[in-house]
Design a protein around this ligand. Structure first.
Ligand SMILES: CC(C)(COP(=O)(O)OP(=O)(O)OC[C@H]1O[C@@H](n2cnc3c(N)ncnc32)[C@H](O)[C@@H]1OP(=O)(O)O)[C@@H](O)C(=O)NCCC(=O)NCCS
Length: 172
């Protein structure tokens, strides 16, 4: 498994991992109609825009298998709401179901943390669906439960919880 910086040409592969993981991880939590409506073409465009508009404070890393297929990715940067005491934010992290529980998420996460640390960002937040069983991943990584909010996905509101790291020195 290799972890490398993403390039714009990875947009479709990232969109595929994003949607396939959403469908396996969030079925039963997010409305099935919404999950069924997600379009690979639309998400390829969304990821192309994100990859093109990256700045020095936002980055995406991908994990590849031995055949160079993208099997996971993570995206992070500055905290987006501007309302939080946290400076950095993990915006998204996804690993295809078939490859989960092999340490890939942890490797992606540590890569993101090291990059934020190099930018002198030492406190980080991530928002996750309250009903998601994958919250355990952040607890394993010593994230502390630091908030709750509701957010719209499609046309429905969902409960989210935040995990925070106040000093990312503790991770290494
Ligand atoms: C969350 C996610 C990125 C973790 O990636 P991963 O490669 O499976 O994670 P790792 O193998 O590095 O897991 C590290 C540890 O986290 C914990 N963990 C991870 N997934 C877990 C699960 N489904 N249930 C319980 N604990 C879990 C375990 O302690 C695990 O260590 P172990 O396998 O030795 O017991 C991945 O499972 C995923 O894409 N999930 C669906 C999408 C999602 O919820 N993303 C995060 C919200 S943005």
């Amino acid at each position: 498994m290799i972890i490398r910086k993403a390039s714009v040409s990875d947009a479709y592969s990232i969109a595929r991992v994003n949607l396939e993981t959403w469908k396996t991880a969030y079925s039963g939590i997010i409305s099935q109609d919404y999950l069924d409506s997600l379009s690979y073409k639309k998400y390829e465009k969304i990821w192309e825009d994100i990859l093109k508009n990256r700045n020095k404070k936002s980055f995406i890393y991908v994990a590849q298998d031995e055949n160079r297929n993208i099997i996971g990715f993570a995206w992070a940067g500055l905290e987006r709401s501007g309302l939080s005491k946290y400076n950095g934010e993990l915006h998204a992290i996804y690993v295809l179901k078939k490859y989960q529980r092999r340490g890939i998420g942890k490797s992606l996460f540590l890569t993101i943390f090291k990059n934020l640390y190099r930018m002198n960002i030492k406190n980080i937040i991530v928002w996750v669906l309250k009903k998601s069983m994958y919250r355990t991943f952040y607890e394993f990584l010593q994230g502390k439960n630091v908030g709750e909010k509701k957010d719209k996905i499609g046309d429905k509101n969902y409960d989210l919880v935040a995990y925070g790291w106040d000093n990312i020195d503790i991770i290494e």
